[in-house]
Ligand binder design. Structure first.
Ligand code: TRP
Length: 333
């Protein structure tokens, strides 16, 4: 029997190339090898945005549209929404009972999130009980499917470690080997940086969205930072010090193109503006199919909603089996 993977993403609006290259592309490949479950973590969105929910519904839909456009195939993957599977909330309660408080307090990712929250909302902003429970809820997502592995970006690995600890502790307490200890499945794609050379992120205004048009993409790419020491086209370039453009070439170009760009740049035969114009057209070519599919799904929202309800149903079948077993193990009446 094939192994099962599960992974999720918070609905943060339209996704960018960092999501695509860092995570989704990996999912698209893995779906052919594993029994695959992918969900939109809308409860997790509430841990920091419980008071800003006006766009939540739309954001959930947009995430699913971006996934489908990127090549997740609803015929082979189960695509669902976290809050449509209430069994997760129940499992979250059981797991919360067995999780020592200092395990969640130690979670480095949570500490970072708390820091960001304080910078944004002021030093006195309170961290909610819900946000403290982030890693437990995430463990519930994963253990709900009793997954073998979780394909995530490197930033989520600490969370998966906690999940393994919680699974082991549950098994010990209830004298069972029911829950698997899920492994993180990292992909080998290095993180793509934003147009300014920092981490790509929506709130940093340095991202290229999956949903951007070819023109928008070209315009953005022209603003990408290059080799800062280079003033004129004929100055000799240093591709390895080119902060963004050459890095993007390494992601989007063929081996042959990368070699050519490197040579021409080093000899001062390639200006940065021309280089970025070519890069943009290369990127647009690679992204064209995804964007076509995106336009299709955007104008067929009923189809997207049907895909979600089918996925919800399938996810609840699996969740139902697991939660029955958990109730039995905990000896609920
Ligand atoms: N924390 C993840 C993120 O921010 C989203 C997430 C929630 C998740 N539950 C999960 C990822 C379960 C993998 C498995 O991207």
């Amino acid at each position: 029997m094939s192994q099962l993977i599960v992974s999720g993403m918070r609905p943060t609006g339209k996704l960018h190339l960092g999501h695509y290259l860092g995570v989704i592309q990996n999912w698209v490949e893995l779906q052919h090898k594993y029994d695959s479950y992918f969900f939109v973590a809308d409860w997790h969105a509430l841990t920091t945005k419980y008071d800003k929910t006006e766009d939540l519904k739309n954001d959930v839909l947009n995430v699913v549209i971006d996934w489908l456009a990127s090549g997740l195939d609803p015929e082979i993957s189960t695509i669902y929404v976290q809050s449509h599977v209430p069994e997760i909330a129940e499992l979250n309660i059981y797991l919360g009972m067995v999780t020592p408080q200092n395990w969640v307090e130690r979670d480095p990712t949570l500490k970072d999130m708390a820091k960001i929250l304080r910078t944004k909302e002021g030093q006195n902003s309170q961290i909610s009980y819900g946000l403290m429970g982030y890693p437990v809820l995430m463990s519930a997502d994963i253990m709900m499917m009793n997954a073998d592995a979780v394909p995530v970006g490197i930033d989520q690995v600490a969370h998966i470690e906690i999940t393994r600890d919680i699974a082991r502790r549950f098994n010990n307490i209830y004298n069972t080997d029911f829950f698997k200890e899920p492994k993180a499945l990292l992909n080998n794609c290095s993180l793509i940086c934003g147009l300014d050379g920092n981490k790509m992120g929506k709130s940093f205004h340095n991202d290229i969205k999956i949903s951007d048009t070819a023109e928008e993409t070209a315009k953005k790419v022209m603003t990408a930072i290059t080799d800062r020491s280079r003033m004129r086209k004929t100055d000799l370039g240093h591709p390895d010090e080119c902060e963004v453009a050459f890095k993007y070439w390494q992601v989007f170009g063929s081996d042959e193109q990368i070699t050519r760009v490197r040579c021409e740049c080093e000899k001062g035969e390639r200006g940065c503006a021309d280089c970025k114009r070519q890069l943009a057209s290369e990127m647009n070519e690679k992204l064209a199919e995804i964007r076509e599919r995106r336009v299709y799904y955007e104008s067929h929202l009923d189809e997207v909603k049907d895909i979600i309800s089918e996925g919800d149903k399938k996810a609840r079948v699996r969740a139902g089996e697991v939660i029955s077993k958990v109730r039995e193990l905990v000896r609920m009446y």
